[in-house]
Design a protein around this ligand. Structure first.
Ligand code: FAD
Length: 298
């Protein structure tokens, strides 16, 4: 299948890209890794008049630490998330989630910003970012810059808070207490498929081995990543044993409201949410406090 005709621009600076987006209005689309956009073009599900290719804008590829925050440019590839030593040390949850995205060829081209802006409800990175309580930096040629928490960026299936002329330029991942354990687990029919249900978890234990931080976010259980906002209260001071995580899993299963589709029924997704949620927390708790926990307290 061939895409409909479009104009193509390859700006070398962020300002030029933003200016083009403003001048072309809603008729232009940013092109990142093309792993989702190009199939949509080829199937003629989207028909933009122009593509603004972001691949020559060096500033969008940066990985840097800024006052303890991990700052990731929107064009950082999935493969970089998976393998970059700074990212693995500061946000191993992100590296683990990225490793679950498609196959290596897709991860080599696909980008962080593309995955977040595409907002597929089954995608791994949006759930990981919600668990990490990341902040998304959006920029517009006229309205300037604004920052949104990951949890409010995702509005619905394939829908975000981005305005048509706005770009996602950076993701800021705040530091976690030293020794925070992490896990990303998912169930997919075949290796490399989108998750049917996936779960991102973070757990920190106090000096007595009791939970003093627990976070859980899931993909594949609704239009946007599900965040267990009640989890901190339920688990604070509890021992990190199988019973508490099983109870959390039951509560997650009751709380989520997935739709059934050709991949899985709603009932099946709810059951999987309980199992994946509990498993992710158990693995994260097992890693908490170990030498390979997150070393990013400052
Ligand atoms: P593009 O396809 O270039 O863009 C996607 C959308 O985001 C477009 O609408 C584009 O205009 C917009 N956009 C891109 N960058 C920006 C920006 N900076 N600001 C504003 N808007 C922007 N994904 C998963 O999560 N899990 C999987 O298991 C998985 N498996 C896959 C298997 C296959 C065979 C394929 C082809 C893809 C798979 N993907 C999977 C999708 C892959 O992760 C894509 O990389 C991702 O969805 C989109 O990233 P991209 O960089 O390719 O973006």
């Amino acid at each position: 299948m061939k895409p409909p005709a479009f104009e193509y621009f390859a700006p070398r600076s962020l300002d030029d890209a933003l200016r083009l987006l403003r001048d072309l209005g809603g008729d232009a689309r940013p092109l990142a890794g093309g792993q989702s956009l190009v199939p949509l073009l080829n199937m003629r599900l989207v028909r933009p008049a122009a593509l603004i290719d972001l691949n020559r804008i060096d500033a969008l590829f940066r990985v840097q630490l800024n006052a303890g925050e991990l700052c990731l440019g929107a064009m950082v590839r999935h493969r970089t998330l998976e393998r970059d030593p700074t990212i693995s040390a500061r946000a191993p949850l992100l590296a683990a989630a990225a490793a679950q995205v498609g196959h290596v060829q897709i991860r080599t081209r696909g980008t962080l910003g593309g995955s977040l802006a595409h907002a597929d409800p089954a995608a791994e990175l949006p759930a990981a970012m919600v668990a990490l309580q990341a902040q998304f930096v959006l920029r517009h040629a006229v309205q300037g810059e604004r920052t949104l928490p990951a949890a409010t960026f995702f509005v619905g299936p394939l829908t975000t808070a981005l305005l048509p002329e706005e770009l996602l330029v950076e993701v800021r991942v705040p530091p976690l207490p030293l020794g925070t354990g992490w896990a990303f687990v998912e169930f997919a029919r075949r290796h490399g498929d989108y998750a049917i249900v996936g779960a991102a978890a973070l757990v920190h234990l106090d000096a007595n081995g009791r939970i003093d931080l627990a976070r859980l976010a899931l993909c594949g259980v609704g239009g946007v990543p599900y965040t267990a906002s009640w989890l901190e209260e339920m688990t604070r001071g509890a021992r990190p044993d199988r019973e508490i995580f099983r109870d959390v899993g039951h509560r997650v299963s009751e709380a989520v409201d997935p739709a059934g589709d050709i991949h899985a029924s709603a009932w099946y997704r709810k059951r999987l949410a309980a199992i994946m949620g509990a498993r992710a927390l158990e693995v994260a708790a097992g890693r908490a406090g170990q030498s390979h926990g997150i070393a990013a307290s400052h």
